[in-house]
Design a protein around this ligand. Structure first.
Ligand code: SF4
Length: 458
């Protein structure tokens, strides 16, 4: 297979939207769209209307995305009880350091629940309170956090099951007339929204506005005749939703895959091998010979942000090489869809890593759901810097026998010794993903304090 590595990084190049000549003639968008299934619609027209369709659905009286004021205060109290942590408040008062029971802990300056996740939980909880007599469903996990999803189960919210574990296929049979359906923080696919729109159900949309921003970006790509290069994992729920709003796309999960695509753009190569490798990550009818001539970049909001930027630069450079510096502008387009919350949490871990030696850190603990992409990326930063680091999803992963059961960078769940020498003071860093409540950090640290207390007592 001919996918040699192409290490190409250049400074950012400003892109001008007006420079884009569409690959296909753009259709005129209709101001008021009447029906998703108009008899005259061709498949092509239907695809080009996705954003207009989404906006039309959102205007329905049965579509709710601002929450329900009358239960807001009650929900705020519930969330505070479930998720806040006294210990984390102490960290904030003590410049993010606590020294307790022979354990010195440095908390990353940005960590835990982001604005989008808090908003999503609040909207979901408010929906349950507002519709007390209705059956409430959710199309997926609300966020990737086991406690939050367990809370929703306890509140009788029904999780719509995936068919054969496929995020793109779900069993909606149980959703009946008059039910309530919650859309999670990372959104729902166009097909799901369209299908729900045709049912007589109340839709509560908790999609984070940062995710909608990515959808608007890929919509712009398709209107300008660009293929969307999506930096994301093709099976992740957010990416499944994002690609549903695209026409032509290819997902690249990391720099290695981006380099494979760039190599094909610049040098061509074995088309069959290319198609085989990316078979699950491309749009229907994808042709790398014709669909990689004009591209736009978008990302899954929780990816490693420095990598998204580097991938963007890689494509810019490739287009410059192939079409020359002047024409390259009409072959590559990029808008910033990098979510601030993800960026800030990653920057804060970088700070811990850069100061690890000065602080004398033995390890860094990363707390968050094992399915949580943004949490997994927080782990990568210390591991790649050669610092011991562990990603746990709950406090119980820390055993009283000084073991830790954690998810490593390869995605395996393994058990290791936590503290190499318990007779000495422990110095550690801690952070948590954007979908992790502070209470989970507190209980995890509580187990480490306990470990040290037990050791001292023996
Ligand atoms: S991490 Fe970013 S995109 Fe995801 S929910 Fe939070 S604010 Fe929204």
């Amino acid at each position: 297979m001919r996918f040699s590595s192409t290490a190409l990084l250049v400074a950012c190049m400003a892109s001008s939207a007006s420079a884009f000549a569409p690959r296909q003639a753009p259709r005129t968008t209709t101001a008021v769209y009447q029906s998703t299934a108009a008899a005259s619609d061709t498949e092509e027209e239907r695809k080009m209307r996705k954003k207009d369709d989404r906006l039309r659905m959102m205007k329905s009286d049965q579509f709710h995305r601002r929450g329900f004021k009358e239960v807001r205060e009650q929900v705020e109290d519930t969330m505070s009880e479930q998720f806040k942590s006294e210990l984390v408040e102490q960290f904030k008062e003590n410049n993010y350091v606590i020294d307790k029971d022979g354990v010195k802990v440095y908390l990353a300056k940005d960590f835990g629940f982001c604005w989008g996740v808090e908003r999503s939980i609040a909207l979901a909880y408010e929906a349950v309170e507002h519709f007390p007599d209705k059956t409430v469903h959710i199309t997926n996990e609300l966020i990737h956090n086991p406690e939050v999803n367990d809370n929703l189960s306890d509140m009788n919210v029904q999780f719509i099951e995936k068919i054969d574990g496929d995020a793109a296929r779900k069993d909606f049979e149980k959703v009946k007339d008059g039910d309530v359906v919650i859309l999670p923080a990372f959104g729902a696919s166009y097909e799901e929204m369209d299908m729900l729109d045709k049912k007589n159900v109340e839709i509560v949309d908790t999609t984070c506005p940062w995710v909608s921003k990515v959808w608007n970006t890929v919509d712009m790509h398709q209107k300008k005749g660009l293929t969307s290069i999506i930096h994301g994992k093709y099976a992740h729920e957010e990416t499944v939703a994002t690609v549903s709003f695209c026409e032509d796309y290819i997902c690249v999960k990391d720099m290695k895959e981006a380099e494979m695509v760039v190599d094909y753009i610049v040098n061509g190569g074995d088309k069959e091998a290319f198609m085989k490798y990316f078979k699950n990550a491309i749009s229907e009818g994808f042709d790398p010979d014709t669909m990689l001539t004009k591209v736009g970049l978008a990302n899954q909001t929780t990816m490693y942000k420095k990598e998204t930027r580097a991938i963007g630069q890689l494509f810019q450079k490739a287009m410059m090489k192939k079409y020359g510096p002047v024409d390259a502008k009409s072959h590559y387009m990029e808008f910033d869809t990098i979510c601030d919350a993800t960026q800030e949490r990653q920057d804060a871990v970088h700070d811990l890593v850069e100061n690890a030696e000065t602080l004398g850190l033995d390890f860094i603990l990363v707390v968050g759901g094992w399915d949580s992409s943004n949490t997994a990326h927080l782990l990568e930063i210390p591991v790649k810097a050669g610092i011991r680091a562990f990603h746990i999803n709950k406090a119980e992963c820390i055993g009283a026998d000084n073991t830790i059961t954690h998810r490593n960078m390869e995605g395996e769940i393994v058990t290791d010794t936590l503290v190499e020498d318990l007779s000495k003071d422990v110095v550690m860093g801690v952070t948590s993903g954007a979908s992790t409540p502070d209470a989970a950090v507190q209980s995890s640290l509580g187990n480490i304090f306990m470990l040290k207390q037990l050791q001292e007592a023996n």
